[in-house]
Design a binder for this molecule. Structure first.
Ligand SMILES: [Zn+2]
Ligand SMILES: [Zn+2]
Length: 80
């Protein structure tokens, strides 16, 4: 099955030549990173990666505070 458009093919050779049509015509280009996509839907899905990204949120800080809560909980259960 073609993972790009979901078409099914009886032979692997058909699938291979079909995939080429996708890789050769990357008509939808991401304006932010320059990646090319054969389908507009793919590009839409991809641009979400950029729009959802929040560079000002520190992931490490978030995780460490979470870890702190967990260790605190563990300490509480241990003291009881
Ligand atoms: Zn396809
Ligand atoms: Zn991009």
């Amino acid at each position: 099955m073609c993972e790009i458009c979901g078409k099914c093919f009886k032979s692997k050779n058909f699938l291979r030549s079909h995939r080429k049509t996708h890789t050769e015509q990357k008509t939808y280009i991401c304006e932010m990173c320059g990646k090319g996509f054969p389908l507009r839907q793919r590009l839409k899905e991809h641009t979400r990666v950029h729009t959802k990204e929040r560079p000002y949120v520190c992931k490490i800080q978030y995780h460490s505070s979470k870890a702190y809560n967990v260790s605190k909980k563990l300490l509480d259960t241990q003291s009881v």
